[in-house]
Write a protein of this length. Sequence first.
Length: 287
Amino acid sequence: MQKLSEADLIINPDGSIYHLNLLPEDIADTVITVGDLDRVAEISKHFDSIEVKKGKREFITHTGYLGKKRITVLSTGIGTDNIDIVFNELDALVNIDFDTREIKKELKSLNIIRIGTSGAVQEDIPMGTILASSYGLGFDALMHYYIHEISGDEHSLLDSIKSHFSHIKNIHPYLTAADQSLLRTIGSGMEQGITVTAPGFYAPQGRQVRAKNAVPNFISLLTNFKQSNNRVTNLEMETAGIYALAKTLGHKALSVNAILASRVKFEFSSEPNKIVDKAIKMVLDRL
Ligand SMILES: O=P(O)(O)O[C@H]1O[C@H](CO)[C@@H](O)[C@H]1O
Ligand SMILES: O=c1cc[nH]c(=O)[nH]1
């Protein structure tokens, strides 16, 4: 088997992976990702014990036990450019032999759950809702750099989406479904829908402060998309990259969104931490 070069797979002198600063034994088979590095401790404070606390840049990791279940919680920072780093490095930690630099014969599949914040684009989804993303729809460019296979169902939904947004120049969306077993278990009873992953927080999510938006009525375009039971429910900045890269690398992923904003009612929560706590407790209870 071909050895990965020192420039392709960068291992630090202490044997840890380049950005995450983690050793293969530092991560559990269940990984919770969060954008905000302060949220890592908000989750690990529920653990019965913590065995690993490491970090570098925005990538903070705590691994510990909740009862008998070993769980890693890891911050990604904001955006799918960071998801590229985190998911390739998490996969390398479990599926590449760091001594030989070769891909292992037996590949491991991680269960990865994002707990993040988000804004809703449907009137009947109020602030405080906890929503599981049935699909991640990427308006960013990450997956245009990977060979990414999609199913017939994903194809037909993506075709309808492309035609709905066809008049917006330079948008080439990609779409991936949530892992169905995680959606059925952890996402059970939660609001569900298509999550749009934007390559920014302001104009790419239809916000206008001082710089003028090139895409008028972006939020109503999202609100009005419909294909059978599928509709766009919310906007954030990582889910599509997580779903697509997880699937490409053979991992299972679910994105759970704490809805802090209603973009159709022009509201933002005054108690965001309470909503995030609710999402954390719901996920930990179901693991
Ligand atoms: O709260 P997190 O997990 O960071 O998620 C959301 O919040 C950030 C923007 O404020 C983006 O990362 C978006 O995806
Ligand atoms: O509106 C929102 C709220 C949280 N995070 C986002 O990316 N958008």
